[in-house]
Design a protein around this ligand. Structure first.
Ligand code: GUN
Length: 284
């Protein structure tokens, strides 16, 4: 039976370390602060935003929430982002995606100051990730890397398969594994014979968004299986991209859903916000 990669536990540890640092910053008059913009009424986004507020509380951060109607308007949203860019009390800015139809997401993301872009979505920060310069790391991929490190799993020289090529997870995940000297393959919806690619992987990362796509016969015995998926199964129960019950019998390590990658993503967002606050203090 595979060993569980307990993201919930590690995230808790990281958040308590962050709290210790933020308490010190608060007493020096520089409380880390995250501004979250939620535009429209996507129910999943509302849950994510609520969780972020809870994380901020646990880390001793100020959290500013902007709940905007779907018809708020792109120009007004840009003006809000600009005012947050200028506000010295705000260190991180997160615009919850997806935005309602009619908004140009790219334009909004480009408007966020790279110094406050705690999602690491701005092309300036994406470029830094590509060339390995220090900066914000994307929350989910960095969370996965911390989880691997915690359990002593070193990607160096291993066959790493990332399934999914999104800008938020797949592409930056591949870059971070490459930085750690993994031999990285990216599979996607057009990949032929996904199963055989999976069977070659020592570290398999599923970020597709298809419930239980990855079955036990696709896993190399002893492989490390990381599940970034967050789906509902046929009974409406939360599940990942990996068929956990089957695959935990074949893998050496596996993340549960929930309690694996999700809490790590949230912890890295807090880590990035702390980093933004520290940098702003340095630049005073
Ligand atoms: N929507 C789903 N995941 C994310 C994320 O990591 N950041 C933002 N801003 N929106 C999201």
């Amino acid at each position: 039976m595979a060993i569980l990669l307990d993201g919930k536990k590690l995230a808790q540890k990281l958040k308590s370390e962050i709290l210790e640092k933020s308490v010190v910053m608060k007493s020096a008059g520089n409380t880390p602060a995250l501004a979250v913009i939620l535009c429209g009424d996507d129910p999943a986004s509302a849950v994510y935003v609520r969780n972020k507020r809870k994380d901020c509380e646990e880390c001793g951060f100020d959290s500013l929430e902007y709940k905007l109607p779907a018809d708020y308007g792109e120009e007004k949203l840009l003006a809000l982002v600009e005012s947050l860019n200028q506000d010295p009390k705000v260190h991180g800015i997160l615009v919850q995606l997806p935005l309602p139809r009619g908004y140009d997401e790219t334009r909004i993301i480009h408007a966020i100051s790279p110094a406050k872009d705690v999602d690491a979505f701005h092309p300036f920060n994406v470029g830094k990730i590509m060339i390995g310069e220090p900066g914000f790391l994307p929350c989910t991929p960095a969370g996965v890397m911390l989880l691997l490190e915690e359990y002593g799993i070193d990607p160096a020289g291993k066959e790493c398969l990332v399934i999914g090529r999104s800008n938020i997870v797949g592409k930056p995940m591949a870059m971070l594994l490459l930085r750690k000297n993994g031999t990285v393959t990216i599979a996607h919806s057009k990949t032929m014979d996904l199963a055989s690619k999976c069977r070659e992987a020592d570290i398999l990362i599923a970020a597709v968004g298809k419930a239980k796509l990855i079955k036990a016969d696709m896993i190399k015995p002893g492989a490390v299986v990381i599940d970034v998926g967050m789906n509902r199964d046929e009974n409406g129960k939360l599940c990942g991209d990996v068929d956990f019950a089957e695959c935990e019998k074949v893998a050496s390590y596996i993340t549960p859903v929930p309690g694996g990658v999700g809490p790590m993503t949230r912890a890295v967002l807090m880590k990035n916000t702390l980093q933004a606050a520290e940098e702003s203090q340095r630049n005073l």
